[in-house]
Design a binder for this molecule. Structure first.
Ligand code: G1P
Length: 302
């Protein structure tokens, strides 16, 4: 079996309840960091890693996502007529090759493992990546590309990993590592959302995976785990028992948890600051805002 990874699954079926009411009609993945939707960062990272086929696992109410990766003839004509060439250029990042993107419905929300399993017929019998667009990772070399390079050496299954605060381990899949060699680690156990006192370490799985098709067969059992959901972590952990081929990769880069309001705000500040067109005014605003003890606006984001 080849080690080349050309397909990525992007599970995007969640309600995004932490961002209600906004996410009542706007999919969370379309929420922007400055002016690019979260999903665009995921697609760019995947492309840099050599991914050419994208499988979105969606749900009812996510049609904005499909429109985002479709052509928009009226808009394009208006920009063209107005000679807005830089905007036409900006739209190019949303272009998808014909047939390169597929949307699968997850009819019932039964967990991340179930969402990935829904894509099994399109994945077939080859290794595939999973990208959780909530985890935005800023890195000189995109995180998935770092992983693809490490994966080429040993195959198997690989998850992205980073240390988190001990008090936060119950929000993550947590790894039990047997040995380390550079950034790659051999994994001997993993557990989804343990209580801090039960966690084998503070090393958490972050939303990038390169998985063997065997994971899909492990998911066939539909066993439910933490929170009563079908967990991807459990299907990967089963491979430790069966084939002892699970690795974790300590990526270089800074991860923003855009599934949480605070992480999303942090990412907005960081990505806004990085923009030459915005930075001077933004720095000026933040400086005086903090000097004045962060005055609360009268209109609140409740
Ligand atoms: C999911 C995974 C978890 C992983 C996390 C990374 O959890 O189930 O193992 O650590 O993503 O963001 P979720 O954030 O969907 O609850």
């Amino acid at each position: 079996m080849t080690n080349r990874v050309t397909k990525a699954v992007l599970p995007v079926a969640g309600f995004g309840t932490r961002f209600l009411p906004a996410t009542k009609s706007v999919p969370k993945e379309i929420m922007p960091l400055v002016d690019r939707p979260l999903v665009q960062y995921a697609i760019d990272e995947a492309r840099a890693a050599g991914i050419t086929e994208f499988i979105f696992v969606t749900s009812r109410g996510k049609s904005a996502l499909e429109d985002y990766f479709d052509s928009a003839p009226e808009l394009e004509k208006a920009l063209h007529d107005g000679k807005k060439h830089h905007l036409i250029e900006a739209l190019k990042q949303t272009d998808m090759d014909s047939g390169a993107v597929a949307y699968i419905r997850q009819q019932e929300r039964r967990g991340l493992g179930h969402a990935v399993w829904c894509a099994r017929r399109l994945i077939g019998d080859e290794p595939f990546a999973v990208i959780l667009p909530d985890d935005v990772i800023d890195a000189d070399k995109p995180c998935l590309q770092q992983m693809v390079e490490a994966y080429a050496e040993h195959g198997g299954n690989m998850v992205a990993a980073m240390e988190v605060e001990h008090s936060r381990v119950s929000s993550y899949g947590i790894l039990d590592v047997k040995s380390e060699s550079g950034a790659s680690m051999k994994v001997q156990g993993m557990v989804e959302k343990p209580q801090p006192e039960d966690a084998p370490s503070d090393l958490a799985v972050i939303g990038r995976y390169i998985l063997s098709p065997q994971i899909l067969r492990n998911l066939d059992t539909m066993d439910s785990g933490a929170g009563g959901e079908i967990q991807l972590t459990d299907a990967i952990a089963a491979e430790i028992e069966k084939n002892d081929n699970v690795y974790a990769y300590r990526f270089q880069g800074r991860r923003f948890d855009c599934g949480s309001k605070s992480g999303y705000l942090q990412a907005t500040v960081a990505f806004g600051m990085a923009r030459d067109d915005l930075r001077p005014e933004f720095v000026e605003f933040l400086r005086s805002y903090l000097e004045n003890d962060a005055p609360k606006p009268a209109i609140r984001a409740v």
